[in-house]
Design a protein around this ligand. Structure first.
Ligand code: GMT
Length: 380
């Protein structure tokens, strides 16, 4: 099948999922055409079945600082669909991608071409930005006009029905992980360099936006130190809250136990030396970074909100704690870090669950089934 994939190329989990999906589909024989404002950052290299089409915008004095990207994207979708013979347009994140795709599909239909639209909802397109009156009617319309709609968790499916007038079905297709790339690895030398004492290592990976509550990881670290747990914290990523985290670490006197590693691509190398992954998010429809940790055999302590309980099975692959309750989160972390048998059981369960439930072979066929259904006209 020839599939056009559109996503945000530079930031966010939705772009990662879209890019990894395209790569996985290409290895399964599909031809993938990424249509985006820039090369998706996880794409790496192009293969014989992967193509990239950059959406350019036109400057014009009337547009001043604004140029209508949504329309430029629509035109590019029409162009690629016509000339490459796309069978389906699959867009990730409703705003503005679903709107562009629906318009492109209708333009193509006016020329006698049928190219159905699959929209995958990811998170803030529904839970935050999409609910703002600035965009809500357009988001609702674009979802309802899509030929098929998927959501990355049952929580997100329920939120969509709760906040939008969407009468149609939404398929839940969870995020997935490449368990060849993300797997337990023995990195003893790296661990010795990064944690030269007998310390346990906790890792957090995010874009340091307020919704991630990254500073809570520093609070958890400080409480663990008070409890006498010998532990250090690796913070991967960067963003607006980084400075506040640094300041809080100094205030709490744990700055020498925190390492800010910045944006890192080979996250799996860092996860390989981790004993625990912390995800104290205030909102999370799925929690892809936690899944990548689980695949590396790293148990997770996360908040019990959004889609996280669908990923982190409490007591089995990690522990859930209330949002903002850093004492409870520290207690949960201490429990796992201080009990080697429990840690080993959880690590094993993490690897198993990541592979069996969220591995490529488990999830990619779900997307293929949706494409088959819309292309064959079973879903319209
Ligand atoms: O809000 C973000 O962090 C980015 C956002 C996105 O759509 O790019 O991430 C969402 O999608 C990810 C991939 O499906 C999920 O793993 C994240 O949980 C979700 N983020 C939130 O819901 C805050």
């Amino acid at each position: 099948m020839k599939i056009g994939i559109t996503c945000f190329p530079l930031y966010g989990g939705s772009g990662v999922v879209a890019t990894e999906l395209g790569k996985a589909l290409a290895t399964r024989g599909h031809e993938i055409h990424f249509i985006s404002s820039a090369m998706p950052f996880r794409l790496g290299m192009l293969s014989e079945r992967i193509f990239f089409h950059e959406v350019g915008t036109m400057t014009y004095p009337l547009f001043e600082t604004y140029s209508p990207y949504t329309l430029a994207l629509t035109s590019k979708m029409v162009d690629v669909a016509r000339h490459e013979g796309l069978n389906v347009l699959h867009v990730h994140y409703a705003i503005p991608h679903a709107t562009s795709a629906v318009l492109a599909r209708d333009i193509l239909a006016s020329k006698g071409l049928r190219v159905p639209v699959v929209t995958t909802l990811h998170g803030t397109d529904i839970t935050l930005v999409g609910q703002d009156p600035t965009y809500k009617p357009v988001v609702e319309y674009s979802i309802n006009q899509s030929d098929a709609v998927t959501a990355v968790s049952d929580y997100l499916r329920r939120e969509t029905h709760a906040h939008f007038d969407v009468p149609g079905d939404i398929d839940v297709i969870p995020n997935f992980v490449d368990t060849v790339r993300f797997r337990p690895m023995n990195k003893g030398h790296f661990r010795a360099a990064i944690a030269p004492g007998c310390e346990k290592v906790m890792v957090h990976v995010s874009n340091f936006r307020p919704v991630k509550r990254t500073a809570d990881t520093v609070e958890v670290l400080a409480r663990l130190r008070e409890m006498g747990v010998c532990v250090m914290l690796l913070l991967v990523g960067d963003g607006p809250d980084r400075r506040a985290c640094e300041e809080r670490a100094r205030e709490l006197g744990v700055h020498d136990r925190v390492r800010f590693l910045g944006k890192q691509d080979p996250v799996e190398e860092i996860l390989a030396v981790a004993d625990l992954f912390l995800m104290p998010s205030g909102s999370e429809t799925f929690g892809l970074a936690a899944l990548e940790a689980m695949a590396c055999g790293v148990p997770v302590v996360s908040t019990d909100i959004g889609g996280l309980p669908e990923l982190v099975i409490d007591g089995e692959t990690g522990l859930l704690a209330p949002l903002g309750d850093v004492d409870a989160q520290a207690m949960a972390a201490a429990r796992i870090l201080s009990d080697d048998a429990l840690h080993a059981r959880m690590a094993e369960a993490c690897v198993r669950r990541a592979h069996d439930v969220f591995g490529l072979d488990a999830v990619i066929p779900m997307y293929e089934a949706v494409y088959d259904a819309v292309v064959s006209g079973v879903r319209v």
